[in-house]
Ligand binder design. Structure first.
Ligand SMILES: Cc1ncc(COP(=O)(O)O)c(C=O)c1O
Length: 433
């Protein structure tokens, strides 16, 4: 459950004008001779309208800010690198390359390495959703699973329902697919199932995309009752649910909530996405999707066109890691550290934020969500905050519909508690200076 908390800290002056430029989208290099009238060279055709319509990438803007080493980066959403199991992962890669080089360095099937899919299926089954290797398609990160689903399910003009706010790279995927994106309003427990039902009837969407556990960006978790209600809406009105779960293993308090995909009403219409990015390492780029056969086959066709298959050596190394090491014990260690970091951030927020601010208290994951008083615009304020060498993500880009401009996302896992304390002191100066 996410609970809003009140900040008792002193009132601050209204946010002033931006003082410092934040690195923006990189403009393309101007290489080669000029083209245009009098040059004898005509301009090349433009990029596709769908790319131009998306405009600059907010994700890229964020990563540009995080590249400055002096910035305490609450923006990036990066797992703590010192917690990667370097030795274990290195040993698994060594094993794959030394023991099975012909296989590891060769082309493979689009669906993914059977050894990995078997182990992923066993893990999914152990978490309450009976699954076989054949139910799974290995993807190059769960981000690719979103792209494959967009290709497999969406024609330009189709409607997609999303949460408000929503994981922003999912908004980009659906936008690039030419979808109409409609936000489902909700509250601290996630999207409202009654409003969802009304929107399904009115908008006839193809799918509803949700991150029900430790959501990016809010950190909120949809309780079991509401998951059942969402599943019932999908059953009654005919709707695909895309349940994206990269954070579910990172639980610090409370009880695990069963997947929507495990609900009997929704089993034949829910696609469950998983990823090793937050529990092993994002650089391995390993994700998977579990989907009913016909849709899974359509995703495999889309994947063939995209990259043929996910790198074989990474898949075999991950399978070896799962066979030789205890991933759950590793995740428990990481979760212990992340819990302390979350608590450090929660402990410092009241002093760092202006009076009247509210924020979520996630039971897991990597993010929490802040709403400043209404007069604050977190996008306009960001340059002033970055000038203090600290960064957050403004909330506006996470909204498909009308943005709440007073919101922002903080990632609490990347820094130590001491750094978090210092970052919050800088944040206070940036917000109140
Ligand atoms: C909700 C959500 N889905 C998908 C992804 C993509 O993750 P991956 O590294 O598995 O592609 C992220 C990454 O931050 C995420 O937050």
């Amino acid at each position: 459950m996410t609970v809003a908390a009140e900040s008792p800290s002193a009132p601050a002056p209204a946010p002033g004008p931006a003082a410092v430029a934040v690195p923006g989208p990189a403009s393309g290099p101007k290489s080669g001779p000029a083209s245009g009238p009098g040059t004898g060279r005509a301009a090349v055709p433009p990029t596709a309208a769908r790319v131009r319509s998306i405009g600059g990438s907010p994700v890229r803007d964020i990563l540009a800010v995080t590249a400055r080493p002096e910035v305490i980066n609450f923006a990036g959403g990066l797992p703590a690198p010192e917690l990667f199991d370097r030795e274990g992962v290195a040993a698994a890669f060594r094993y794959a390359l030394e023991e099975t080089p012909a296989q590891a360095l060769q082309y493979a099937t689009t669906e993914g390495e059977p050894a990995l899919r078997e182990r992923l299926a066993a893990r999914t089954t152990a978490r309450g959703l009976p699954t076989t290797a054949d139910d799974l398609l290995v993807t190059t990160g769960s981000q690719q699973a979103l792209s494959l689903l967009a290709t497999a399910l969406l024609d330009p003009g189709d409607t997609v329902l999303v949460e408000a706010p929503c994981y922003l790279a999912a908004l980009q995927v659906f936008g690039l697919a030419g979808a109409r994106i409609v936000a489902v309003p909700g509250d601290a427990d996630g999207p409202d199932p009654e409003v969802l039902a009304d929107l399904v009837i009115r908008e006839r969407p193809k799918l509803f995309y949700t991150v029900p556990t430790f959501q990016n960006p809010t950190g909120r978790t949809v309780p079991a009752g509401r998951r059942a209600a969402i599943a019932a809406v999908a059953a009654r009105h005919g709707l695909w649910i895309v349940e994206d779960d990269p954070y579910g293993e990172l639980r610090y308090d409370g009880e695990r909530v069963p997947w929507i995909a495990a609900h009997p009403d929704a089993r034949d219409r829910t696609v469950l996405l998983g990823s090793f990015s937050k529990v092993m390492a994002p650089g391995i780029r390993l994700g998977w999707l579990r989907a009913p056969a016909e849709l899974r086959r359509a995703c495999a066709v889309a994947k063939q066109a995209a990259d043929l298959h996910t790198p074989t050596v990474n898949q075999l190394a991950a399978a070896r890691y799962l066979a030789a090491f205890d991933l759950d014990a590793h995740v428990a260690r990481v979760a212990g550290v992340y819990r302390d970091r979350r608590d450090a951030m929660l402990a410092g927020l009241a002093d760092a934020l202006p009076a009247g601010s509210v924020w979520t208290r996630p039971e897991g994951g990597m993010f929490l969500w802040v709403r400043l008083p209404e007069s604050y615009d977190t996008t306009a304020l960001l340059p002033r905050v970055v000038a203090q060498d600290v960064a957050y993500v403004p909330g506006a880009p996470f909204y498909a519909g009308e943005p709440d401009r007073s919101t922002l996302r903080l990632c609490f896992v990347t820094q130590t508690p001491q750094e978090i304390g210092e970052g919050l002191r800088r944040l206070r100066r940036g917000l109140t200076g």
